[in-house]
Each structure stands twice: as structure tokens, then as C-alpha cells.
Design a binder for this molecule. Sequence first.
Ligand code: ADP
Length: 599
Amino acid sequence: MDNVGDKKTLRPSWLIGLIFLFCFNPSQALGKEVAIGVFAYQGEHASTSDWTPLISYLNQALPEHRFRLENHDAASLHQAIAGERIDLVITNPGYYIAMEAAFGLSRIATLESSGVSAAKALGSAVLVRSDRTDLQELSDLAGQRLAAVAPDAFGGYLLAAQEMLRNGVDPETDLKEIRFLGLPMDQIVEAVQQGRVDAGIVRACVPEQMVREKRLSSADFRVLSLRQEDPFPCALSTPLYPNWPLAVTRQTDPVLAKQVAHALLSMPQTADGMGWTVPADYQPVHDLYRALRVGPYAYLREITPEGLARRFWPWLLGALLALVAWIIHTVRVEHLVLRRTAQLRDSLSAREQAETRMRDSQEQMEHLSRLSVLGELSGNLAHELNQPLTTIGTYARTVLRRQDSGRLTSEAISEACTQIVNEAERAGGIVQRIRHFARKRSAVREPVDLVLLAQEARHLVVGMLAHPPEIHIDNQLPASCRVLADGPQIQQVLLNLLKNAVDAGRNLGPDRQGIRVMVEAVDNWVQLHVVDQGCGLEPPQLAHLFEPFFTTKPDGLGLGLPICKTIIEAHGGRLWAQPNAAGPGMCFSFSLPCHDLPT
Ligand code: ADP
């Protein structure tokens, strides 16, 4: 039994008394049989001798039952519990937690030795020969030969194995060799003594007992990583763990369990201090088995999906929760994106509709503005058309006169007709230009020659005025520089600026009539300036110049400049006005982005 002290030293008087009670208890023959399965790790004989006093005590304390001892090795104890053939189990802490996990075993008391806490009663010692000065700590065991009881022996292997692991030596991989010699543990001590192994794991107190029995000299041995745990009386290499428990199975009658627990706690201590106390905490044993991944935690070694799942379930659960959270988040984001996209689509289409409406009304305005310019100039249109018509009439009458007087020669007919055709074409050209200008159309972008546009605008203005001023065009533009624009729209701007410039000088002397149009390139911009010497504008008027309906003319609409500004800005440019720097009058300028195009 993995227990301090030696239960074989139970006091004979106590033992005899219990046997007496057992033999002469008249009621026991009638009692219900209760099987107590014991892990007989030292063999049946030793086990029977160890536990018979307890059986006797229970029979005496609970005469309505007949307690019977059943000795088992690890495998048969397992089967007996599985087959529900035993009611109570006494086993070492390691097997207890294994069967607690497998069959729901539940401890009702823990064995206690005098002066030693039931929770800290079992430990191991790792022995080496005292002449092995190279071995002092458990960490020195790497590459050495080690002897132990069995791979599943609690005090005879596992406790020390865990401590070796903690000291950086994995007993499964870092040793030169490990030999499992079984019980009794004396064999392990002998193997160390004879140098067949470098170190041996034995249950704590085994060396002290052997020294007491003169089978071993304390001078010959040393305990590795020696630790002393007060009041534990023996040398240790490991921490201490709880003592053996007595446990009930799932099938045990609860009343019986209660009676047994009560009897155990009331049991008088034996002469050598053995007794039972309240169940100890076996969590350290669980921790040990989990760290070594043995017993109920052997699955931690399995790389099966189930093993991995059992091992990493907290992580898997966390990952699953994170996944669920992520899915919820993604779905939510997706939903929000869809909703937002729909909103954006709606607002975009609303904006497009508004823009279309705006474009339509702008085009309408431009058209009206063109008509308005024409309207203002139309008074002079009659005069302009009158000239060719008069010439045509004159030539026609000359032909008629000559015919009447018989002086009509074929040369005279030919000259008159040529002149009539020329003048008719001139009149047709005037009408054509006006119709072209007044036509309603949609905006386009194409390379335009600003100077050419300025010349055409000049032609149109001059052609429609009775006394046109001199309009000088000053071209300082590099040949490669073109603007992408809507030609008729830019021409409309030019026409407006020229008309305003003409209006500004209308009532002034001839020296104030001249107008200068200058086209130049500034950085990446083309700038066009219309400079007049007219009446100019006062600063307060300048501030409102581009506001719709601002006009100083009795018949003005005040829409020309705002429309010009809109047109220029729609081309990515700017329209501004300032007083003429070189004299009286104003300078109206606009800029447009310059494109270096192949000429
Ligand atoms: P409208 O010609 O119908 O008045 P515009 O928007 O073309 O409308 O012009 C607004 C006003 O700006 C004009 O009434 C005039 O007072 C002023 N203006 C425009 N160009 C000139 C200029 N070159 N010199 C002085 N004043 C000008």
C-alpha cells in the first residue's frame, strides 16, 4: 500500500479484538453482504493481512451488514467495478481518479497516518548510489538508466516521472533506458546497488524502512533533488499527494455509504496511528495525470479528432464562438452594405435625375440667352442684310435698264449675275451663321481653336452692327496648345463678352470704342482676355457682377455673365473680371485647361 509507515505493524491486541468480534458476532451471519474491493498491489497475502482488521471493524460497527474483502490487481478491480460486483473500493489515488472518471467512483474517506496530513501522505524518492557524485538533481538523469516499478505505478513511477518532467527531463525520451522491475521495490534498490541502473524510483519511506530492517545502509544511498516536507518523516524527491481513498460506486446504497463513512470516521486510530478521515482533495492527482497524459488523460496523446477535441475543447469552443461572432458580424456587415448600397443607388439616381434636369434647364437657358443676344443684335441684322439685297437690286435694275436701251451685252449680264450671286451668298452666309448660332444642341467636348472662335465671334458681332468698333485679336498662343471644349458654347461666351464690351463703349467717343482680345498660355492654362475702354464698373457693382439678374442696362436680363461663368466652370476653367490695367474700361478673362495636342 502506498502509505507512510507499515500497516503490517498494526497492534496485535487491536487486531485480535477485531477478529474476535468478527468471529463471534451473531448477527453477521444474517447481514447483507458488502464486498470491499481492494487494490492488492503487493499480492493477496499482504493485502489480506493489511485490510482484515478493517473488515472486522466494519462488521463489528455495522452488524446488519456482512463485509467481505476482495483482493484485486488493477485489471480485475476495473472489471469488478464495471461488472458492479463490489460495493466499496479501496485503491491508490491514481487508480481512484481513473475509475472516478470511468465509473463515477466517489470517495467517502481518506486513509490517515499519524502525524501526517491525509492530503500530503504519498511521495517518491529517486535513489542513486552515494558514490555517483555526478548525479545530484533530477535534471542530471538525462541519458541515464532508470529503474521503476511499472508504467502505471503511482509512487513507483508516476510521481517521480512528473517531477523529472518539471526538471526538464522527459522520462520517455531523455533517458538512456528505463526498466520496469515490478514489486517488491527491493528489486529496484538492489538494481541501483549493483550498478545495473544509475537511479531507481521507489515510494517514499521504502529506503528508511529497509534501513530500519538493516537491509540497507544509509551511507550507501542518496536521494536526488532531496526535499523535506514537515512533518513527513522520510526523504523525498517529489511533492506529497493525498493518501488512499475508500470510495463507493454508483450502485452503492446511499444509506450504506453513509453508515460506512460514519463508521470509518469514528474508527479509533490503530496503535501506529492509522485511521480514516474526511475525503482529501484529489485535484493534485488529476493535475499529475493530466500533465503526464496517462490514466483518464491518456486521450490527450491521441491525435484523433475526438482526442484533439477533448484536449483542446476550450480552444475549439472559443474558436467556434469567434466563428459564430464573425459570421454574425459578416452577415450584419453584408446586410448594412446592401442597405447602404441601395440607399446610395437611390441617392445616385436621384442625383442623376437632378443633374439631368439641371442640364436640361441649363441648355434651355443657354438657348434663351443665345436668342436674347440675337434679339439685341437683330436691329442691326436688317441693316446687314440690306446691303447685299440693295446691291442685288441695283445690279438687277442695271440689267433691265440696259435691256430697255438695247445696250445689254453678254459681258454686262455676266458681271451683273456674278455680283448678284456673290451678294446672295453673303446674305445667305449671314442667315446661316445666325441659324447655326441659335440652334438648340447638346454639349460636346472636342479640340477647338480659341483664336478661330474669337475671329468667328468678331465676324458675327461686326456683321450685325451698323457701326462696329475695331476688335483686335492678339494671338500669343503656342501652336500646339488646344483646348477640349464645346465650340458653340465657348463662342457664346465670347459673343457675350464682346457684346458687353461694345455696350460699355456705346455712348463714348471713338477713342474709347476699341476692343482687344488677347489669347495666351499661362502654365497649363489657356487664358483669353477681352479688354475694352468703356464705362467700367464701380467696386460695389463688381461684387455683384456674376450674380443672376444683375444688370445696369434698361433692357438687360442680367443672365449673360452667370451663364458664361457656368459654361466656363463646366469646362474646368474660371471666369473673372477686373478693371482694365492699361486705362479705362474692364478686362474680362477666362481660363481653360490646355491640352498639348498634335497639330
Ligand atoms: P446684361 O448684359 O443683360 O445686363 P450680363 O450678365 O451680360 O447681363 O451683364 C451684367 C452687367 O454687367 C451689365 O448690365 C453691365 O452693367 C455689367 N457689365 C458687363 N460687361 C461689362 C463691361 N465690359 N463693362 C462694364 N460693365 C459691364
